[in-house]
Design a protein around this ligand. Structure first.
Ligand code: FPP
Length: 256
């Protein structure tokens, strides 16, 4: 029997899709806790949700999906949990790479993954290599990512160039600065979804979300479904984006 289309699916306007959706996948621990399960089981359930949401974004025709999988601050968690997350990343890439590749998904990593266990690094390298020419959805996985660190690294590059006399401070603009971030050449997110209800940004894409629409839901990440995604997109389409002006022109000149 064919699956019933959700109400939101019928309401979404394909010409007004967000080009770039970013997601803070929060609430795995709480999901597990409520079921008296170890936190790691919440992360495992979160991985299933991730698969479903990548597929949904790809089917919907979203161009870029950025997910916050591991922050620079997540190293503070108990060793067992960090280790589990690293193993889950390897499992995700190993199991999903064929389907992702078939669906033309291109994988990119935001963050310094050279500090991750060697097994993760090699799985990441393979995934980047296999999918590098794919024209479909760009899946950015933020790993060992921190936005302040990203911004500081860019500032240091510019400071060195100025000190070496290679550039004049006055020529530094938003474009040159954006070009030094992991998201170089990628349009800023149009929509940022955060699950599990927290009203904060948690060091995620601070520069890039200057004009991004925020959508926060109480739903815990393992419970987040394609329908929730469609609701977020529909909600986004009801908003009037002004980018600080009156008639809603994007800063980067891309028409969405
Ligand atoms: C936040 O939930 C979630 C994370 C820190 C990890 C996100 C990871 C996944 C969704 C697993 C699959 C992805 C890959 C690619 C490894 P939390 O643990 O902070 O939840 P809580 O706030 O309820 O404790």
């Amino acid at each position: 029997m064919a699956k019933k289309k959700s109400n939101y699916e019928n309401l979404i306007q394909s010409e007004k899709l967000p080009l770039h959706i970013a997601i803070i996948m929060d609430g795995n621990g709480r999901w597990a806790q409520r079921r008296l399960l170890p936190r790691t089981m919440g992360h495992r359930a979160g991985m299933s949700t991730l698969k479903e949401i990548v597929r949904a974004c790809s089917d919907l025709g979203v161009k870029v999906l950025t997910v916050y999988a591991f922050s620079t601050e997540n190293w503070k968690r108990p060793w067992e949990e960090v280790d589990y997350l690293m193993k889950l990343l390897v499992e995700f890439l190993r199991k999903e790479i064929n389907e992702l590749h078939q669906n033309q998904v291109r994988i990119k990593v935001l963050g310094n993954y050279s500090n991750l266990p060697l097994e993760c690094q090699s799985e990441i390298e393979d995934a980047l290599q296999i999918t590098r020419d794919n024209p479909g959805l760009l899946l950015n996985i933020a790993l060992n990512y921190g936005s302040r660190q990203e911004i500081l690294a860019a500032v240091k590059v510019l400071a060195r160039k100025v000190a070496a006399g290679e550039i004049e401070p006055d020529v530094i603009n938003e474009e040159t600065f954006s070009g030094l971030l992991y998201t170089k050449d990628i349009p800023d997110p149009d929509l940022l979804i955060r699950t599990a209800g927290e009203m904060r940004i948690s060091n995620f894409l601070l520069w890039q979300i200057a004009y991004t629409e925020l959508w926060i839901t109480e739903c815990l990440w393992p419970d987040f479904s394609k329908d929730d995604l469609l609701q977020a997109v529909w909600d986004y389409q009801q908003r009037d984006r002004k980018f600080g002006g009156l008639n809603g022109e994007r800063q980067d000149g891309i028409n969405a």
